[in-house]
Design a protein around this ligand. Sequence first.
Ligand SMILES: [Zn+2]
Length: 121
Amino acid sequence: MEKRVFTKDMASIKTAEVIECPDCAFEFSVIHEQSETNGLYSCPNCQEDNLEADNYHLKEENKRLREALEFYAEQENWKRHNTSEPYSLDGGYEAPTWEPSAIEFDEGKVAHQALQGGKIK
Ligand SMILES: [Zn+2]
């Protein structure tokens, strides 16, 4: 269907009050009023900025949590490595000594850093 075109004379003119956002100077119609009773407005331009900022922070948090999760998901990080052979040079059995796994050594530090918003080392 063809878009209908019209002149100002054909349309009914309504007074559209335009206000300017005190934060970003963006001008918008008062139909963006939040509620008719309290006279509050929210700037569509600032709202968009907030969404972008929120999105950015959520992505950053997601990345941080994912990095921490990857540390605990890595099987190699759960493995203990023996630092001595179970047999001594003269052939006798000796209990091997173990080095704690990366996760035992970590004691949850990576998780705490991720939850507190710190950088994963
Ligand atoms: Zn604004």
